[in-house]
Ligand binder design. Structure first.
Ligand code: GTR
Length: 332
């Protein structure tokens, strides 16, 4: 009996191997090269772009060059909002973007754009790497995206051309650029300042010409966009921790074999820890460079009034985001 079982097992394994090998050699379509185009707003050495490059290298290695990623950095394929739309339509394969603007298409994602929703970087990683993150990625699908993973992007704080901000009063009358999602307008309104949604690539000129007085971002974006040249005051109020997301076009994804889909998901997942390491390095380096460039970094800011001022933003979005807010806050 035992012998028969062993023989059957051997036959089953052989059959499986044959079926696999057979399908590979007969299925010429799976041997066709797949070149995925990926867009990022940042320059080639920015951690998010390095993450995409890593993802492409892994795919290249695992498939002997059959699947590769062509990364287009520095907004070569357009501003973030446009590239998100291109991915949704299937005209572009992959975009790495801030979650911020995606919230206008996948409403549940806006919970990650609420001010002070995360207590720390650890809290934000725990949320996106856990059940909540997985559910949010799955919610991208009905909107035409396959959510492939979350990259790190630290904290976002206000900076401006006028004066050091230490209190809510200091914000009074200032005009800030925000990312294109109404939740950020609500946030700035609640702080008593005014907000102008605008594409990232327009911010430098808008700051230089006085169309806006300031903006908000993390250290690497503030530094690499050269905004520090015109906005000399950076207040570390840490109001946002909006993650970065890798989105693939569902239209394109659905044309691939299940095996290739798995490889793409795996490569994205494996690029995440690498991206986050690169992130930490660049955040520290950018902060140092900001100091060297003479930016006044205001760290003695009492965040409590800022946090309390956000109550109306939470009230406004409670109807749609309430259960998500509670779940995120409950993650210890
Ligand atoms: C950066 C982010 C970009 C872009 C930019 C912005 O931190 O990495 O994807 O969203 O902020 O403020 O538009």
């Amino acid at each position: 009996m035992k012998k028969l079982f062993t023989v059957l097992l051997v036959l089953a394994v052989a059959g499986f191997a044959f079926a696999n090998g057979g399908s590979e050699s007969s299925d010429t379509a799976s041997a066709e090269p797949i070149v995925l185009k990926a867009a990022d707003t940042h320059a080639i050495d920015y951690p998010t772009v390095l993450g995409l490059i890593k993802m492409g290298e892994l795919l290249d290695e695992w498939t002997d060059g059959r699947i590769t990623i062509e990364v287009y950095p520095s907004k070569q394929l357009g501003e973030e909002k446009e590239t998100i739309e291109q991915v949704q339509l299937g005209a572009l394969d992959i975009v790495r973007t801030s979650v911020g603007p995606v919230g206008t298409i996948v409403p549940e994602l806006s919970v990650l754009s609420l001010p002070y929703i995360f207590r720390s970087a650890e809290h934000s990683y725990k949320v996106v790497d856990g059940e909540i993150g997985d559910e949010l990625l799955a919610l991208c699908e009905p909107h035409g995206f396959v959510g492939l993973g979350w990259y790190g992007s630290g904290q976002r704080s206000f900076y401006n051309t006028k004066r050091p901000i230490r209190s809510l009063e200091d914000l009074d009358g200032l005009k800030f650029r925000v990312m294109q999602n109404p939740v950020f307008v609500d946030m700035v309104d609640a702080l008593g300042a005014s907000a102008t949604p605008m594409a990232y690539g327009e911010v430098y000129t808008a700051l230089s010409t006085g169309v806006i007085d300031g903006a908000e971002n993390n250290y690497p974006s503030f530094y690499t966009s050269n905004h520090y040249e015109v906005a000399g005051y950076y207040t570390q109020d840490e109001h946002l921790r909006v993650p970065e997301i890798i989105l693939m076009s569902k239209k394109v994804f659905d044309t691939l074999s299940a095996e290739d889909q798995e490889l793409i998901k795996k490569a994205a997942a494996e690029s995440v820890p690498y991206q986050r390491e690169q992130w930490d390095l660049m955040a520290a380096e950018s902060r140092k460079k900001m100091e060297e460039a003479g930016v006044e970094i205001i760290t003695d800011v009492d965040k409590t009034p800022f946090i309390n001022a956000m109550a109306p933003v939470y009230e406004k979005h409670a109807a749609t985001l309430g259960p998500w807010i509670e779940r995120i806050q409950a993650v210890k």
